[in-house]
Write a protein of this length. Structure first.
Length: 154
């Protein structure tokens, strides 16, 4: 007897590309990584931005005056559907992947998974929560055939 695969949660995904940085993931890649991280239906916008917009958003919303790799704007749940935006700063992601000697797609996948876990209420403010979130990220990425992002690249 064969088992039917577990159904994927419903994802309404919008992708906005406001950066010309090369190496950006395709919309199907972003959808696949997002679906892997979802634990329920979601409506998500993923926006790929340049350094200027990334820095402005990080400064205005986190009071940190530098561009960061991923920002999550979680709006909670409406009718059992997670709502939120992920902002990926494409030049920062690319520079980090190069510095960490990791494939760019793997780094993007990790940041999408990380951001979507934040959107669903996970955080890493306390050590115990950080360990749980990292373990879940590793498990999700493993299902995507992506190695543990917390280990140094070989």
């Amino acid at each position: 007897m064969t088992m039917d695969p577990e159904p994927q949660p419903s994802l309404a995904l919008s992708v906005q590309r406001a950066s010309r940085t090369t190496g950006q993931p395709s919309t199907p890649q972003l959808r696949r990584w997002s679906n892997a991280a979802l634990q329920g239906p979601a409506t998500v916008t993923i926006r790929l931005v340049d350094r200027r917009e990334g820095q402005r958003l990080n400064r205005d919303y986190r009071h940190k005056d530098y561009p960061t790799n991923v920002l999550t704007f979680a709006y909670g749940r409406e009718q059992d559907t997670w709502q939120g935006d992920l902002v990926l700063c494409a030049p920062v992601v690319k520079a980090e992947a190069r510095a960490q000697k990791k494939p760019l797609a793997h780094h993007y996948a990790h940041l999408v998974v990380h951001g979507l876990l934040h959107l669903q209420g996970y955080d890493h403010e306390r050590a115990r929560d950080a360990a749980a979130m990292e373990a879940l990220e590793i498990e999700i990425l493993e299902r995507l055939s992506i190695p543990n992002p917390y280990l140094p690249a070989h």
